[in-house]
Design a binder for this molecule. Structure first.
Ligand SMILES: C=C(O[C@@H]1C=C(C(=O)O)C=C[C@H]1O)C(=O)O
Length: 370
């Protein structure tokens, strides 16, 4: 009986092998067609990245799948296939806040897949400078966290460097307390980036009340420190545990579940419209009563959905601010174009930071112990 079953497994596995061979042949064919399209685009001087076409592919596949193959898996399989095909037309190097295994690195790999090359930078400023100078094609930077709010150093870089936003990615962040031994008693200092330290504030106060915290450049840098010093604990990603051979002390120490960070992909030129886009502006208000109201009125009159507004002080100009505005839609959409033209005439400063495909939204955050 047992050997009958064994034979059946072998024969069904033959079927799987035959399918895998077909998938592989089809993948090779798909890659060569993508390269052919790349050459045609070269001759027409067209951008290689076509977000609208990519979105249409996902929509069609998800519809035809009728939820038979698990949807998230289907999306990530095709994401890897499509990014590989796209990058075969033009290679991309992506700068991120390093060292290896930071959340920015993870977000980069999620966004660009495994076919891109990644370059670790020491600071967010360095990521911007790298892209502005054209040394790397893209950069990925954290811009806001669903619990802690804006990442000010990123917003300030938009005021300093000439780059465009090309995309956004959202990464659900779960923090691990790690150290060399895996024993909480060995930890005399907890190092991490200031954002994760803030995102785990209540947990640290409750479980390590007398242990000081040490803000460092990145979670990767903290993990590196923990690897070099047995008395340093780090708050870091699961990728950092593997990369720096650390032991987990406690998993999931964030104060809120669903804690999500939004990242921006920066480059030299925003992509064309995908049909589900976001447009970011940086504006300065006229010094007159009702200036902000005028801006909001334009958006409301044009039926533009304002997704976010955030102000930042202008360095060296006391009590003067610039505003970051995110709207739903693409600058190629008539409504957004018209709204932006009106804003330009009403603002003391106006800069279009880019239009780019919207990231999928995730469920809302909830307290960790609910
Ligand atoms: C192959 C193309 O180039 C890129 C890759 C795509 C793909 O792999 O399906 C789709 C759109 C483009 O971003 C294309 O434009 O069709």
């Amino acid at each position: 009986m047992q050997s009958e079953q064994k034979k059946e497994i072998v024969s069904v596995r033959d079927n799987i092998d035959a399918i895998d061979d077909q998938i592989l042949e089809l993948l090779k064919k798909r890659l060569s067609f993508a390269k052919e399209i790349g050459k045609l685009k070269d001759s027409e001087k067209r951008a290689k990245w076509d977000p609208l076409r990519e979105r249409q592919i996902y929509d069609r596949l998800l519809r035809d799948n009728s939820q038979i193959f698990p949807e998230d898996a289907l999306k990530s399989i095709f994401h890897e296939i499509i990014t590989t095909c796209r990058l075969s037309q033009k290679k991309a190097v992506v700068a991120f806040l390093g060292p290896e295994a930071t959340f920015s690195h993870l977000a980069g790999v999620e966004y660009f897949g495994h076919s891109a090359d990644y370059k670790a930078m020491e600071t967010i400023d360095d990521v911007f400078a790298e892209v502005e100078k054209g040394r790397t094609r893209y950069g990925i930077v954290p811009v806001e966290n669903s619990i802690e709010g804006a990442v000010f150093s990123t917003l300030d870089c938009f005021m300093k460097y000439k780059v465009q936003i090309c995309g956004e990615a959202q990464l659900e962040i779960s923090h691990n307390l790690v150290c060399r031994s895996g024993n909480i008693e060995d930890i005399q200092t907890v190092a991490s980036h200031s954002q994760p330290l803030a995102q785990c504030r209540q947990w640290l106060r409750k479980h390590l009340p007398s242990v000081p915290t040490l803000p460092v450049f990145s979670t990767g840098a903290a993990a590196q420190m923990a690897a070099n010093n047995p008395n340093i604990g780090a708050i870091a990603s699961s990728l950092a545990i593997k990369t720096y051979q650390l032991q987990v002390v406690v998993q999931g120490i964030e104060d809120y579940r669903g804690n999500t960070t939004r990242f921006l992909v920066i480059g030299k030129k925003s992509p064309s419209r995908s049909g589900l886009d976001r447009t970011s502006l940086l504006i300065g208000l006229m010094d007159r009563p009702g200036a902000l109201n005028e801006i909001l009125t334009v958006l409301s009159d044009e039926g533009i959905n304002l997704a976010k507004i955030e102000s930042r002080p202008i360095k060296g100009k006391r009590w003067k601010y610039l505003f970051f505005l995110d709207m739903l839609g693409h600058i190629e959409d008539e409504k957004i174009q018209r709204g932006c033209d009106l804003l330009k005439s009403l603002c003391s400063y106006y800069e279009w930071l880019g239009s780019y495909p919207q990231a999928e939204s995730s469920p809302p955050d909830s307290p960790a112990d609910s």
